[in-house]
Design a protein. Structure first.
Length: 292
């Protein structure tokens, strides 16, 4: 993605979450403030994206949207809810365990840093310059009296995470830190992923914890893999890191991160079905992990 470009994939993650959160069963998984966040955010998107906010209020439109999405790429919609739900729970537990600082890489239109800013946690978002500017404007317009995370414009691989950390002394290397990479690594080359992980590990004195999603594209059929890649290419973005989960774990190990939690699509789907009663699947090859 270019530094001056709106991330369409980030926008549609927010739109899909908003649409599903209109359904009571999914809405019940999240705090009311999170549901409200995506309501306001989807309304604030530039046209024609903002029109989804109006149309997805209608049940028949949501049903049509879910049917069309499931026809093209089964499990894509529910994986959006799944990743938000799992990451929210992981981060909440870590904060309860004494972590003091949260950094979200490639935050897009995510709520997490804003949510924990309201709990007086030191929160930072790293994102491409145009996306960073859009997020700052959203906070200014929609939450003028609330605490905002510090948003830092960064564009990898041109910029270095270690350099950005050092350029912003308010990021405290002594604090126990949570690093969130939700869909972030998917758009970077493997060498950039490895370098970013090593720089992160090196910078913080206390062992930082990583919460990350991963798509193992080898677990999708050839057709669905083509649909997945094509849908991203269609909006001028490109998937570059679709390694197997074993390869990703090896890369994490090279950067001295060891996986302590690993949740796959089957486990995630089973748990959400128990909580919501949904029949929607979770996209094959999708993982959420926690590594120290």
């Amino acid at each position: 993605m270019k530094p001056d470009q709106l991330s369409q994939t980030a926008a549609f993650v927010a739109i899909k979450f908003y649409g599903l959160s209109r359904i009571e069963e999914f809405q019940s998984l999240f705090d009311e403030s999170i549901v409200s966040f995506y309501d306001q955010l989807s309304r604030s998107l530039p046209s024609p994206l903002r029109y989804y906010h109006y149309w997805l209020k209608f049940r028949w439109v949501r049903r049509l949207y879910i049917w069309s999405e499931e026809l093209l790429l089964p499990g894509d919609l529910l994986h959006i809810v799944a990743r938000k739900w799992y990451i929210q729970r992981m981060a909440t537990q870590l904060v309860e365990d004494g972590y003091e600082q949260l950094i979200v890489l490639g935050a897009g239109f995510d709520h997490l840093a804003f949510y924990f800013s309201q709990q007086d946690l030191s929160c930072y978002e790293f994102d491409a310059p145009h996306m960073a500017s859009m997020k700052q404007q959203f906070f200014k317009n929609s939450y003028p009296n609330e605490k905002h995370p510090n948003i830092i414009p960064t564009h990898l691989p041109e910029d270095s995470l270690e350099t950005e950390f050092r350029t912003h002394p308010e990021i405290d290397p002594e604090k126990k830190t949570i690093i969130v990479a939700e869909g972030f690594f998917d758009y970077l080359k493997p060498e950039t992923v490895e370098g970013s992980l090593k720089q992160t590990k090196k910078y913080f004195t206390h062992n930082p914890v990583l919460i990350s999603t991963h798509f193992a594209l080898n677990e999708l059929s050839a057709f669905y893999r083509w649909v997945f890649r094509s849908s991203v290419n269609l909006v001028n973005e490109q998937l570059q890191f679709g390694s197997s989960i074993e390869e990703f774990r090896q890369l994490l190990s090279k950067a001295e991160f060891e996986v302590s939690q690993l949740h796959d699509a089957h486990e995630i789907s089973t748990e959400i079905k128990k909580r919501t009663g949904t029949n929607l699947p979770v996209l094959s090859g999708f993982y959420v992990l926690l590594a120290h």
